[in-house]
Design a protein around this ligand. Structure first.
Ligand code: ZN
Length: 444
């Protein structure tokens, strides 16, 4: 069969290549070579450096700003972030599991997941990682979208989270195991089902906490975490751990987890373990903070978040601990990424860009650093930096085009002019906006 080959030149743009080694490229050109629907960057540089082949399609970007597509390292696809969705039925956890397993429930959950995945992409998130969704539905959605004619985002999927009996996410998105060997069996099941990584809850969380301080309570034992990590690493998979206390971080890192999700304040041993972690897959571990979820539950009235006083107090503890840990990580040169916990109340999939703003506001870093965490650094943490994360010849043509310079103002991310996924211009009609959520989060 003949292969479909074409070249497209995106011209007249300011290019932020995401390597942060030099200044941005003015009057830039990006040449994209598309082979059977998949576009890679063939060349990029200033107008004088890149020669545009005759008769190739050109897109004049009129002085706008181009940068790598955003990567969100922490999402849950089953929720869209809207706590006011009509028709929400109150179910017990068991009833909810039964509903999601039913054919109607499964169909509706997967439709929501696809919608959220597309909202992400249309808003400029060209790659994301789902870290806890029910019944491997995220794996099914990933594979169905890959086979579909519609261009979707790149999805790395964990399937259901692993927890202890009664632990974080139990009977929602987590499946329980209670010994090292049960943990290994759960990992083997995930490898068999085609997950891209393993997600565990080694400590408790805010939304299911019943006592003050419980959100970061250590749940999995060292032996359980170490067995899970060993089994996952044998299959070449990274382990991401929900972790919200200093003690939890220390135990999870000692046991070999590759990413700490959310985070907490750190001591010297934790800093050392992040940078050099002999039990991790790659010799180091990384931090994926999620300010959006922690800040929104702490700052939006409990009238709307529906949290009780204990959960609110825990939420604020977690926010402050996360901020502290983030600042230490940046100062100490620990590998840092970016996630949001999209799917949780008020955290939308299209609102990933707000996390950059929150990192700058709470973590006291620059716009450039936040952009770097969401692109280059996230790609490295997820192990996909040979394909995405920066704009370089040979990598996928995953980029976004903004009206103005995001190094000066992150608000330009709110409405990308154009989103390009593997060389394909994505339809960007913005019908994914949820006004009920916007009015709460826009001023935080
Ligand atoms: Zn999460």
């Amino acid at each position: 069969m003949d292969r479909q080959k074409s070249i497209c030149a995106f011209t007249n743009c300011n290019i932020i290549d995401g390597k942060f080694e030099g200044d941005l490229i003015e009057e830039g050109v990006i040449l994209v070579e598309n082979l059977d629907g998949v576009g890679r960057i063939k060349a990029l540089g200033s107008r004088d450096e890149v020669s545009i082949p005759e008769h190739c399609k050109t897109v004049d970007l009129k002085g706008k700003y181009v940068l790598p597509g955003l990567i969100n390292a922490h999402v849950h696809l089953f929720g869209d972030g809207n706590p006011f969705a009509p028709g929400d039925v109150k179910r017990t956890p068991d009833e909810n599991m039964e509903y999601m397993k039913s054919s109607l429930g499964k169909y509706l959950v997967k439709e929501t997941m696809k919608k959220n995945a597309m909202a992400s992409l249309q808003a400029g998130v060209t790659t994301f990682r789902s870290v806890g969704d029910p019944f491997y539905y995220d794996i099914e959605v990933r594979d169905e979208m890959k086979d579909s004619s519609e261009v979707g985002p790149t999805m790395l999927c964990a399937g259901p989270m692993m927890c202890i009996t009664g632990g974080h996410g139990y009977k929602l998105v987590s499946e329980a195991s209670d010994s090292p060997w049960e943990g290994r069996k759960q990992v083997r099941l995930r490898v068999y089902n085609g997950t891209d990584l393993i997600k565990i809850a080694s400590t408790g969380g805010v939304t299911d906490s019943r006592k003050i301080g419980e959100a970061g309570r250590v749940q999995m034992t060292y032996d359980e975490i170490a067995a899970i990590c060993d089994e996952a690493h044998r299959a070449g998979l990274l382990v991401a751990s929900h972790c919200q206390s200093t003690r939890g971080l220390k135990e999870a890192l000692r046991a070999g987890v590759d990413t700490i999700e959310h985070g907490a304040s750190m001591d010297d041993e934790i800093v050392r373990l992040f940078k050099h972690n002999p039990r991790s897959l790659r010799g180091y571990s990384a931090l994926v903070p999620t300010f959006a979820v922690a800040v929104y539950v702490s700052e939006i009235s409990t009238e709307y978040t529906k949290l009780d006083d204990v959960q609110l107090t825990n939420g604020r503890i977690i926010r402050d601990e996360m901020t502290e840990g983030f600042k230490t990580a940046v100062k100490e040169g620990i590998k840092v990424g970016l996630g949001t916990d999209a799917g949780m109340p008020f955290v939308t999939h299209y609102g990933t860009w707000r996390e950059l703003y929150l990192q700058v506001k709470y973590g006291e870093i620059s716009n450039a650093q936040a952009i770097g965490f969401a692109t280059k650094s996230n790609a490295e943490i997820l192990g996909i930096d040979r394909e995405v994360g920066t704009l370089e010849a040979g990598k996928f043509a995953d980029f976004i085009v903004l009206e103005g310079n995001p190094l000066e103002n992150l608000n330009y991310f709110e409405k990308p002019s154009i989103v390009v996924k593997q060389g394909n211009i994505i339809d960007n009609t913005r019908d994914y906006i949820i006004p009920d959520v916007e009015k709460f989060v826009k001023d935080i």
